[in-house]
Design a protein around this ligand. Structure first.
Ligand code: UT7
Length: 326
């Protein structure tokens, strides 16, 4: 029987401060009605001034580890899917390794924007297939509120802070990751990017937020997101020999409710099978899938044996999909 990568436990967390669409109406020329109709977002969480990425990431990791029954010193690897860790160096993976005491793990960050969690699951799966005893903590979390230009209403209303983690190991049997695919197209980088803070335009050159804020060609990106996520889902299903109608639950990247609706209708599925929490958190980049997976788990919407599909799309451009039996 095949060895597969099984999620032993999932957890998530977000800062406590809630920023509603009505709060944003006071800051810029926008409205609750426009935001709800065009995105499905009602509110998002944001760190307080001086708040750090690791402040809300650690509780999600500890929750996943407790549910998995895995202690920090038992972890062999920590993979942090993020582009907004506390520091440029050390990596977010090493920061979390230190804060949770995973002293026997190798730790690193993986930069794939919104796709960080699915890329992380894919990398973890490849390690576990060759070393099934490995216990790996995969994190997807971002602090995007510090990357917003409050003068750009087309992006500032979309994002929030939050994320979560999953603990994986190898198990023999039917459960676990059946297929997991990741894709990228660097040619389309300028549909979604942050130019400042790299070596081309270092942070110490800038007195303004502008180069460090997210820039997006929303309309074009929307079409690529629908097409790419839809195709990634079909590829993941084909690789596993599973039909779309057999899916029990879809836990998609939460960027925009309209994007999710279109991907789900391409798959010919019913929205009742889809976990939606973009209304509560907005787009938390790499954080959306672990936050939604955790919501599904806590609401009792995932049963052992369920087929779960998790498609993602983000800056890079990057995209992918993981199909697993819970
Ligand atoms: O996580 C990574 C993946 N993320 C995505 O793939 C995001 C993809 N894109 C989107 O979700 C959507 O394109 C947005 C939500 C960003 C924008 O929605 P849209 O329906 O594509 O709007 P639009 O950019 O075509 O703008 C429509 C109108 C424009 O006004 P005019 O030119 O028609 O007069 C905008 O100026 O809406 C206006 N607008 C706003 N109005 C009120 C843009 N932003 C706002 C706003 N409030 N916040």
């Amino acid at each position: 029987m095949a060895i597969r990568s099984v999620i032993l436990g999932v957890g998530a967390s977000a800062p406590e401060r809630i920023v509603t669409n009505y709060d944003l109406e006071k800051l810029m020329d926008t409205s609750h009605d426009w935001i709800i109709q065009r995105t499905g977002i009602s509110e998002r969480r944001m760190v307080d001034e001086g708040g750090k990425w690791s402040d809300f990431v650690v509780p999600g990791c500890l929750m996943a580890m407790e549910r998995a029954g895995v202690k920090a010193e038992e972890l062999d690897m920590v993979i942090a899917g993020t582009m907004t860790a506390d520091m440029m160096m050390p990596s977010g993976g090493c920061t979390i390794q230190s804060l949770i005491g995973a002293k026997n793990a190798v730790a690193f960050s993986l930069s794939a924007a919104c796709s960080g969690f699915i890329y992380g699951l894919t990398v973890a799966d490849r390690f576990i297939r060759t070393e099934p005893d490995m216990k790996i903590l995969v994190i997807g979390a971002d602090l995007i509120s510090q990357r917003l230009d409050w003068e750009d209403r087309s992006t500032a209303i979309l994002f929030g802070d939050g994320g979560g983690a999953a603990v994986l190991t190898g198990r023999e049997g039917e459960r676990g990751i059946l297929s997991t695919r990741m894709y990228s197209d660097g040619d389309l980088w300028d549909l979604l990017y942050v130019s400042g803070g790299g070596t081309l335009d270092p942070a110490f050159n800038e007195a303004s937020i502008k180069p460090h804020a997210i820039k997006m060609k929303g309309n074009e990106l929307f079409k690529v997101a629908v097409k790419s996520m839809g195709q990634a889902c079909l590829n993941a299903l084909e690789e596993a020999g599973v039909k779309a109608e057999d899916i029990d639950l879809v836990v998609p990247h939460q960027a925009n409710l309209r994007i999710i609706n279109k991907v789900i209708s391409r798959l010919g599925l019913d929205m009742e099978k889809v976990i939606i929490n973009v209304d509560k958190y907005g787009n938390t980049s790499a954080g959306t899938i672990p936050l939604a997976l955790n919501d599904a788990y806590e609401a009792g919407r995932i049963k052992e044996g369920d087929l779960v599909l998790m498609p993602v799309f983000g800056g890079g451009l990057t995209w992918g999909a993981t199909l697993l039996r819970w």
